[in-house]
Design a protein around this ligand. Sequence first.
Ligand code: SF4
Length: 334
Amino acid sequence: MSSLEGIAREVRRCRRCRLGYIRKNAVPGAGPSRAKMFFVGEAPGRDEDTSGRPFVGQSGKILTAILKSARVRREDAFITSVNKCRPPGNRRPRADEVATCRPYLMRQIDLVRPRVIVALGLHSLYALTTFRGSMSKARKYQFVYHGIPLIATYHPAAVLYNRPVRATIRKDIALAAQIARTTKPREGGIDPVPGIPFRKRVSSGGVPWDGGSKFLLIRRMDEGLWGIPKGGVEEGETLEQTALRELKEEAGLKGKTVCPIKRIRYRFYESESEMNFDKTVCYFLVRVRRGKVKLERGFEDYRWCTYEEACRILHYTNDRSVMRAARMAVRRLS
Ligand code: SF4
């Protein structure tokens, strides 16, 4: 079935794991089919089991209050959980129960295509990513699930035992709301439109490398996404010169190109200009000294990352493949 209501009907009939035999009501989730924010809890509790609605008990009241203080309208968000049926005695869902139920969640995310996902609690995060670690560590990263930014925060129930956590959850939800507001919608029609001629575009970028194990990433303010400094090649510039200029302009750092590492070519349609583009981006490994980073307007943060950290927070598949090429180049040099 290919609609949210279709999935909800399947969930209500489901007996694929033992929880289906002991629940009162399955809780598929609720919210608009075009929600920009998508919240994922762990599993229904007693009140949810009784009502068939997500987050209506004590945790739900806390979540609603936090959403309000972060200026997010609850009715605008899609709210669900990894497991759709209540585990007895509020125990954690077991690994096999998570694995059996997770496809429903994945299909819901695929249909809604939100601009941001918020994982409420570690176990929701574990169900959607390969990350394994503490929440305090997880909060340092911006994860990506199938190209969608994912923010991890504490489960609202944590406030019942530790009141100061409320401010942390609020801060994380406010960040997610900012991402939802500023991230451009993913265009379904990004493929070239037949019959429109292609215009060529060439860009160049550099992966800033400190000579050891760290690479510099910068985060754009408008999209809230991490990336690699790059930009269009200007008249009379070589590809290397563009990569170094972009690094200087975007991060205020000087560098030296070490070697070319990757060339990426892709074709797309841009609705703003109503044109098809045939774009090539050339990337270099750029050796930089870890001086003071001075971000250009339009960027809000920077981070020196290991290869693994970079791959966790980079949004685009292409950027992750560039990081792989950078790591291979560094290995060849050592
Ligand atoms: S928890 Fe999920 S897989 Fe298990 S019975 Fe409920 S809906 Fe089905």
